[in-house]
Design a protein around this ligand. Structure first.
Ligand code: ATR
Length: 310
């Protein structure tokens, strides 16, 4: 099948981007540019290395240059909260911004994503969203065939990604949530926050004393070949879970996922999460249904295209 040809860049081309530090590993440009091409949109998506101390000035630049949207990744997601003009409830609830929609007033004075406006004058405002948290739950459902509601879950990690996952799973109505983190105090702190905000959830720290429906790895251990498995498999054999999800997608199979597959668990990696957060951002900027399969194919090509995890 031939690839759709992107429209040539002109003075009217609309711009979106992902900012982070480091950013060169990002697969988001491939995913979004494929989506623009397949829908015949005159848009481009770039990746820019932005240091955290320059985030505010970068946002001001994008505001005055007519950017339509920006994704934020490590280390910007929490910092950006105070730099938005408006926070969507998703950003408020999960305490992080990964998607910025630039808005201006349309002819009727209604704030509208600038990507939908041909000409606009007047101020541009920044509305911050979080599309990561919903993407976790969507990927668990679609890629792991796992329903969080009523489930017993072991969550590994209590950093930024672990916190968002824990809060979102609690909101989804998991029955019991075990939080396991290398630095125990962070798991204890997160458990206290969950207990306070979601009293119906039975939240504990450490390893489960029962089988669980699924284990979710939200640590960064597994990104490098020499990383240890972030779970003591002697203390808690992975076969005690029906399924294992690893937020890491490069390599496609971490040592944890390999152990889980060999133990007969269903497994999924984090590519779906990356895809669904991107698809939701795309829809916020363009107000068009995201071409999910084209985006997934572009991601798979970009991330695994060489046949070797990069
Ligand atoms: P992110 O935004 O990706 O969550 P982070 O906030 O730096 O990044 O969190 C990284 C997570 O991976 C933490 O839970 C960290 O554990 P600590 O809180 O003890 O630092 C976890 N992690 C990183 N390397 C690990 C390793 N080798 N073994 C186990 N956990 C690890």
């Amino acid at each position: 099948m031939s690839e759709p040809v992107p429209k040539p860049v002109t003075a009217s081309t609309r711009l979106a981007a992902v900012w982070g530090a480091p950013i060169r590993h990002s697969a988001s440009p491939a995913m979004h540019n494929a989506a623009f091409a397949v829908l015949g949109l005159d848009w481009r998506y770039l990746a820019c290395e932005v240091e955290p101390e320059r985030l505010a000035v970068a946002l001001e630049g994008a505001r005055v240059m007519g950017f339509c949207g920006v994704n934020l990744t490590v280390p910007h997601k929490r910092l950006a909260l105070e730099m938005m003009d408006v926070l969507d409830p998703s950003a408020e609830a999960w305490g992080a911004v990964n998607t910025v929609v630039f808005e201006a007033e349309n002819a009727e004075g209604v704030w509208t994503p600038v990507g939908l406006l041909k000409n606009f004058r007047g101020p541009v405002r920044l509305r911050g969203y979080n599309t990561d948290a919903d993407a976790i739950v969507r990927s668990l459902r679609e890629d792991l065939l796992m329903e969080p509601r009523g489930a017993r879950v072991l969550l590994l990690g209590a950093g930024g990604a672990g916190r968002a996952a824990a809060l979102r799973l609690a909101d989804e109505g998991v029955e019991t949530l075990w939080l396991q983190n290398r630095t125990e105090s962070k798991a204890v702190e997160l458990a206290a926050e969950i207990a306070d905000r979601f009293p119906a959830v039975d939240v504990r720290t450490g390893l489960p004393d029962s089988d669980v429906e699924f284990i979710l790895n939200a640590t960064s251990s597994g990104l490098k070949a020499e990383d240890p498995i972030p779970l003591d498999l002697e203390a808690y054999p992975v076969a005690r879970a029906d399924a294992v999800y690893d937020m890491i997608y490069r390599p496609s199979e971490t040592p944890l996922l390999k152990a889980a597959r060999e133990a007969g668990c269903r497994t999924a990696n984090g590519l779906g999460m990356l895809l669904y957060q991107g698809a939701a951002a795309f829809e916020l900027w363009t107000q068009r249904p995201a071409p999910i399969e084209a985006m997934r194919a572009a991601l798979v090509r970009e991330v695994y295209g060489t046949g070797e995890p990069r």
